[in-house]
Ligand binder design. Sequence first.
Ligand SMILES: NC(=O)c1ccc[n+]([C@@H]2O[C@H](COP(=O)([O-])OP(=O)(O)OC[C@H]3O[C@@H](n4cnc5c(N)ncnc54)[C@H](O)[C@@H]3O)[C@@H](O)[C@H]2O)c1
Length: 263
Amino acid sequence: MAALGRLNNKVGLITGAARGIGAGIAQAMAEQGATLYLCDLNIDGASAVAKNIGATAVALNVTSEADWAALADRIKREHGRLDILVHNAGTEIVNSVEQQSSEDVRRVLSVNLEGPMSGCRIMLPLLSAAGKRGAWASVINISSVAALVGQSNLSAYSVSKAAIAHMSKVLAVEWANQGHAIRVNTIYPGCIRTPMLEDTVAGWVREGVFEEASAWDVMKNLCPMKRIGEVSDIAMGAVFLASDESKFMTGTSLTIDGGWMAS
Ligand SMILES: NC(=O)c1ccc[n+]([C@@H]2O[C@H](COP(=O)([O-])OP(=O)(O)OC[C@H]3O[C@@H](n4cnc5c(N)ncnc54)[C@H](O)[C@@H]3O)[C@@H](O)[C@H]2O)c1
């Protein structure tokens, strides 16, 4: 069993924490002692997760600068700093480029890229305040292996995920150099069993691309370990990047994909 308390005395914020990977990260970080704000469009879902782990649920749309600003004011009042910021909320559209409208593309980029950029900008004073206490603050951006390889029918999503990963590198350099003490790293998940992945499989079945069992087999066979990942596989990577155990890591990437990108 992993040691507990790796995130004691750290204040963290996780977006998209109502379900899936975000809820898994929230649970793992709470177990390690973090004080957490769980943010989501789905406040009922976030509240249910928060209640289980003793965290605070907040209704926040990552595309709303007003929501980010209101939360920054609250965290400033309640803690005066933010040690951990996880940009996990995401959305995907699965269709070919010729079926995608500009509106579809804008929606994906707005949630997956502009949202985290607003969050980073608006939370910067609080992250900086955390870094000045000694241990560097940690920003974790959840990208996807879709940013690393070309996959059909995922153009807007893949581009948004490549962009957020590159944003991590830029901010890692900026925020190590401008008097801040903020680390910024990226996680690239492979196929992880969550409602988002279940929706993707349901779409394939609806369109007659695969039967349900074969759809899951296709997903499993993408990686040499031949299984679908669990949210805890990603959550423990996030705990490591948030903890001081990774204190010399910034601008780097953690691929958690059962070996898919190695094959
Ligand atoms: N599941 C996978 O296989 C997989 C693989 C690679 C990357 N990812 C990435 O991991 C992250 C989490 O994915 P998941 O599978 O848990 O997804 P999910 O759809 O199960 O959960 C996403 C959560 O984000 C919230 N959300 C969506 N838009 C929001 C917004 N505008 N503001 C606030 N909250 C919002 C949703 O309400 C939901 O609770 C996403 O960024 C996704 O792209 C997932």
